[in-house]
Design a protein around this ligand. Structure first.
Ligand SMILES: Cc1cc2nc3c(=O)[nH]c(=O)nc-3n(C[C@H](O)[C@H](O)[C@H](O)COP(=O)(O)OP(=O)(O)OC[C@H]3O[C@@H](n4cnc5c(N)ncnc54)[C@H](O)[C@@H]3O)c2cc1C
Length: 459
């Protein structure tokens, strides 16, 4: 199996390298710098707020679909100037994934496609004047797309915000890795004086992000750092994974759930279900049933809610979710030219429920909205959104994954190869694809190296 894995990794890496280089050499930007009209001068100005999966895809596809026309201008405003490739974020914890491989620059692909980009914090929207304020500037629009994503939700549990690290982005994954390295360094310096609570990591929330984070913590402690610190018994480190529900990975098939739980337990990750965290303090997590876990390292992955900026904008929200209330074409209730997609919207699924907030849905919504906005501009009929999940892929590290793809369930090393291949081709930038493929190929010959670089996420 190991030879098969190595050959697969090397061949995959080489194929991607050739493909990436060909792409980089062949594709022409839409406008030469001196040709590009100002965004304000286009007849139909589509302003996209947010450069995540949803915002990036609607902008990119609008540009592709309107490549041969001069009347449609697209601008993206986003807080970050990179697109985070979320499925690989937990992999940063164990350095299985490189930061610069999944923080994909937004500017290059957008400019290349013909859009404009501004890195700025969106402050407010004047729907009457059709103007957005961001970064102290005003941006006019004819069509506005709200794609500002989600933010953590703490369900009012005291202490979470103060004491836990949120797994909500690349800087957080780097902070978790740095925390583990810090504990190893302290344990080396202070030996027996390091307390149990300093070496205990508790991940709250056993959905996909929590499970992958706990698994990557184990890989970091035992496979990556353990051998670098021969004087430390890595078994002194404990990893807990808690969830208030009766089982982990609630959206996954029960059989795969059992496989995943078995894998985590086999690695001595303490999985606790029906365990509702009631309070987090500096030194422990208190559970509703009275139990306490002594820990100074809590990671929160248990809740997210649509971006609360939408409330400030004053648009209609779905009461149950706080997401923008939209129809099946993504049009915000009560507005002709305001649209919302991705995690900040609550999109009807046609069956009386809502589309789940995930990357798959955000990408598909972005692509369809691009088509619908052009149809609206041209006075044509809009297409309703229909979502069919393609399944779920969960990486448990150590070359093991559990996958459900269109109802086909499989797990193990081949599932891990499938996980990597699937997400590799979905990385936006060919350079990032090539770099990550080569990193994974190299991993078969040597362990990743990690350094603790404080206050930065550069690698
Ligand atoms: C750790 C983690 C792992 C995940 N893994 C998976 C997975 O494996 N599979 C899957 O399907 N889903 C996964 N998800 C969920 C998935 O990432 C989201 O559903 C998806 O990113 C939603 O896309 P979006 O564009 O709506 O939001 P985002 O991708 O979060 O983008 C929001 C954008 O808005 C910008 N923004 C926010 N506020 C402002 C502001 N005030 N001003 C300017 N810009 C702003 C942000 O900078 C960002 O560019 C994961 C989520 C997390 C947190």
């Amino acid at each position: 199996m190991s030879k098969l894995l190595k050959a697969g990794a090397v061949l995959g890496g080489a194929a991607l390298a050739v493909g990436g280089l060909r792409w980089a050499a062949s594709s022409e930007p839409r406008y030469a710098p001196w040709e590009k009209p100002r965004f304000e001068d286009f007849e139909h100005r589509v302003l996209v707020l947010g450069g995540g999966f949803a915002g990036f895809n609607v902008a990119k596809h609008l540009c592709d679909l309107s490549r041969d026309r001069e009347d449609v201008g697209v601008m993206v405003i986003s807080r970050d100037n990179y697109l985070t490739f979320w499925p690989m974020v937990p992999g940063i914890v164990a350095s299985d994934v490189g930061v610069r491989n999944i923080a994909q620059p937004l500017r290059r692909p957008l400019i290349h496609a013909g859009a404009s980009f501004r890195r700025a914090e969106v402050e407010s929207v004047d729907f009457e004047k059709q103007v957005v304020s961001a970064g102290g500037q005003e941006f006019p629009y004819d069509h506005l797309v709200l794609a500002l994503g989600a933010q953590p939700s703490y369900f009012g549990i005291p202490g979470v915000q103060e004491h836990a690290i949120n797994m909500k982005g690349i800087p957080d994954a780097v902070a978790i890795r740095n925390r583990v390295i810090e504990r190893f360094e302290e344990a080396t310096l202070r030996r027996g004086e390091v307390s149990e609570s300093e070496l205990t990591f508790v991940v709250i929330g056993a959905g996909a992000t929590g499970v992958e984070t706990a698994a990557q913590l184990h890989v970091l402690i035992h496979e990556v750092l353990g051998p670098e610190y021969p004087s430390i018994n890595a078994n002194r480190f404990r990893v807990y994974l808690l969830d208030a529900l009766p089982h982990i990975l609630p959206e996954l098939d029960p059989g795969l759930r059992r496989v995943a739980r078995g894998q985590l337990s086999a690695r001595d990750i303490e999985v606790m279900t029906n365990a509702l965290a009631e309070e987090v303090t500096e030194s422990c997590v208190k559970l509703k049933d009275g139990r306490q876990i002594a820990t100074e390292n809590v990671i929160w992955t248990a809740g997210a809610r649509p971006n609360e900026k939408l409330e400030k904008f004053g648009i209609p929200l779905v009461e149950k979710t706080n997401g923008a209330k939209v129809d099946e074409y993504f049009r915000v209730e009560g507005y002709d030219n305001v649209w919302a997609i991705g995690d900040n919207a609550t999109v009807p699924d046609g069956d009386g429920g809502f589309v789940p907030p995930n990357a798959q849905a955000a990408v598909k919504e972005g692509k369809l909205l691009a088509r619908n906005i052009l149809a609206e501009i041209d006075g044509e009929g809009l297409k309703p959104f229909e979502f069919k999940s393609q399944g779920q892929l969960i990486d448990l590290g150590s070359h093991f994954a559990v996958n459900d793809v269109f109802g086909i369930k499989f797990s193990g090393a081949l599932a891990a190869i499938f996980w990597r291949g699937t997400y590799l081709v979905r990385l936006e930038s060919p350079q990032n694809r090539v770099r990550q493929a080569l990193d994974w190929a190299l991993e078969f010959f040597s362990r990743p190296t990690v350094a603790q670089i404080q206050n930065t996420v550069d690698e």
